[in-house]
Design a protein around this ligand. Structure first.
Ligand SMILES: [Mn+2]
Length: 362
């Protein structure tokens, strides 16, 4: 197991391949994973602003729309949403010389953007750069910086911009860049409470605040922003939670009917999973959402050294040790059946392995 190192940050030299690629490029597209979150969006906006300040042409193009509570970031830098009809976005992709993928390390996570990126790469000299902090990166880019010790992609982009600043000997951090990075780090650390919140993360956050990020404003905009439908969905969801297997598992299924009845959207389900882990006995929390197109989205959270990303990987997904997810290409009924059996087997196997490890350690 790789433990997050105390205060570790990549040395300037380790950022050199990314810096070289980015200084050479002129026309950039920055993107993040489907169903973007604060880390992906904040990192994108910060990097776009910094590259633009260096005279680069930069467009942010995402596979899916920006959730309502992150819309304010679009005032700092425009975010385009890709769909196969968006001529402008397709043109940007065919014109650019570097695509930067943030907060994801699998080509699948780029959604509908991937076929266009892959096509442009085959045609010309398009470079693909990835900066991420999830486990088990796929080998599909020209430059990959994937550091799972990092609390967030924002933490890595902060390190990258610091190294770039050193190389160019100029000040890159503006209040806008500091705010966007603060959003990235705050949201991915659960407001500085999750396991990877190292002393370095607090130092970094302090530095961003000193450079102009406003913690109270960012918190208020992101967390005190529920719509009435989202609040109603939360109520319906909380009463539908099941605690299974003597408290080991908390389980929640959100159907399309539930979303329709409350008038809520898929992204409104994102805030719910944290409640599933709020019961102390729960070791694995599972949220299953029936999607409109017949597919099924599953999110996992865990306590301790339970690698839920291994569970997600079994179905083509991935993520972190304590937070992961996947997409089933089939109905939620089938997904629930498959998953519950597999989850129980996974937990039994985890316990058996840990027992062996503990005994051999004595
Ligand atoms: Mn992240």
């Amino acid at each position: 197991m790789i433990l997050p190192e105390y205060g570790r940050t990549l040395h300037s030299a380790e950022w050199s391949p990314v810096i070289d690629e980015l200084l050479e490029g002129q026309h950039f597209v920055i993107t993040t994973h489907e169903n973007s979150d604060g880390d992906g969006l904040g990192s994108e906006v910060a990097l776009a602003l910094a590259l633009k300040a260096l005279g680069k042409v930069v467009t942010i193009v995402n596979p899916t729309e920006v959730p309502p509570n992150y819309q304010f970031l679009k005032k700092l830098y425009p975010v385009h949403v890709f769909n196969n009809k968006s001529e402008e976005a397709i043109q940007e992709l065919s014109l650019c010389d570097v695509v930067i993928l943030l907060d994801a390390n699998l080509h699948d996570r780029m959604g509908s953007l991937w076929p266009h990126v892959s096509f442009s790469r085959e045609l010309g000299s398009l470079k693909l750069v990835c900066i991420d902090h999830h486990l088990e990166p796929e080998d599909f880019t020209d430059v990959m910086v994937c550091e799972s010790y990092a609390s967030s992609t924002g933490e890595l982009v902060y390190g990258f911009l610091s190294a770039l600043q050193e190389r160019l000997a100029l000040e890159l951090f503006t209040p806008e860049i500091a705010s966007a990075l603060y959003v990235a780090v705050m949201t991915d650390t659960g407001s500085f409470r999750f396991p990877k919140t190292t002393p370095y993360v607090y130092q970094l956050a302090g530095d961003l605040v000193s450079k102009g990020a406003d913690p109270a404003e960012m918190y208020d905009r992101i967390y005190n922003s529920l719509t009435t439908p989202a609040l109603k969905l939360l109520g319906a969801a909380l009463s539908a939670i099941s605690i299974l297997d003597n408290g080991d598992i908390s389980w929640l299924f959100i159907s399309q009917d539930m979303l329709k009845a409350t008038g809520s959207k898929l992204f409104d389900t994102d805030l719910i999973i944290r409640y599933l882990l709020s019961v102390p006995s729960v070791r694995i929390a599972v949220l299953i959402v029936e999607m409109q197109d017949g597919r099924t989205k599953a999110s996992f959270r865990s306590r301790g050294n339970i690698y839920v990303n291994h569970l997600a990987k079994k179905y083509g997904g991935g993520g972190h040790m304590n937070a992961a997810g996947c997409l089933f290409q089939f109905s939620s009924d089938k997904a629930q059946n498959v998953l519950l059996d597999d989850l129980r087997a996974f937990l039994r196997e985890h316990d058996a392995t840990n027992k062996v490890l503990n005994n051999s350690g004595k």
